[in-house]
Design a binder for this molecule. Sequence first.
Ligand code: GDP
Length: 440
Amino acid sequence: MFNNLSERLESAFKNIKGEAHISELNIANTVKDIRRALLEADVNYKIAKEFTDKVKERALGEKVINSISPGQLMVKIVQDQLTELMGGTEASFNADGKPAVVLISGLQGSGKTTFSGKLANYLKTKKNKAVLLVADDIYRPAAIDQLKVLGEQVGVEVYSEVENKDAVSIAQNAIAYAKEKGKNVVIIDTAGRLAVDEMMMNEVANIKAAVNPNEILFVVDSMTGQDAVNTAKAFNDRLDFSGVVLTKLDGDTRGGAALTIKYTVQKPIKFVSSGEKMDTLDIFYPDRMAQRILGMGDITSLVERAQAQFDEEQAKKLEKKIRRNSFDFQDFLDQLQQIKKMGNLKDLMGMLPGVGKAIKDIDISDDAFKGVEAIIHSMTPFERANPDSIDVSRRKRIASGAGKNVNEVNALMKQFDQMRQMMKMMNKMPMGMMKRMTGM
Ligand code: GDP
């Protein structure tokens, strides 16, 4: 995510990092490089200039503190400014009502329908809401089908009226239906056009006037940079929306949209979406995003994702197994499944400090575990539970069953053995030390 921007900022800080003192000259040089980095990320000139003027002003005003180097000081100032530019703190999302109504707007292809499915999934699983999805597109029957498929995937009912050609009445009928069925939240996915046009704007504005939504979200493809910001302006002028959703952050996005939408329309980014899987929706935290941009990673989000996937019961069971030295291949397989559920591997690794940049050109697909999984799947339940039973002839059979060669099986056995040795060592440690190391 935003790899180019991160790299350019890092090189902007490189020069000042070697300096013993902060001076007008080294500040000026660094600031110039920072401005160039922002422009390259598709931030418009006015915002980039204002940003760097503020950075400069603060840097010049800082008292020299002996314990902080000029490099650290500049990074901190830029981190604060980036956070502020993106909105400071996270924005609230209002899903309370009888039912609460969320209107989804945006251009066709921006990711509206995908996001509607993700939001339904989020509200259902994280907020315990009874959700109704509404396919309010009277032009493209395919859009209705698409939402139905997503609704089925996340287990949320989808309301549609194929024969009705009045988008306003579909929305009203859907809300009446939701009331009748005791739903808490209605998400209305509206039609999009390829470009901003009068008819589309009128239609969404009419739906807004008729249903009085709690939230109007504007969905925008972050890959479109400055265009995204201009479209946001056009939608906001007509709709006065309550928040922005940035999609496709998993792609090769330069960062301009994320950095400047808030500044331009004075509306917060509420969610970011990074992938086509239904569980890749995140609340937008300006401070965490600033950290990621500066290559500091985002450990907080990583831990939260892990917590959401690993339930406590399972963690306790696992702990017991480790303590009794009975961690086996089935447990190993279960752990792999858990990690996969946390999301796209590259995305996860990008949350580790300094790792995002290092892996930007490496293709880490979600298939990375496939080989290991195939080998474990080729073991019998007895073998999985009794790794020590896996002798040479069993290894041969496992390899041919998994379509692998014996060396690959041997390598996995060796790794597994090392893992168990580590666990044994941990068991010999005093309790407190192990707790500190593992958080268990
Ligand atoms: P809509 O026309 O605004 O409803 O857009 P869709 O939800 O149909 O999305 C358009 C395309 O973008 C589809 O192929 C989606 O699978 C894809 N898409 C949507 N959100 C994301 C995302 O966050 N990341 C990626 N990589 N693709 C996305």
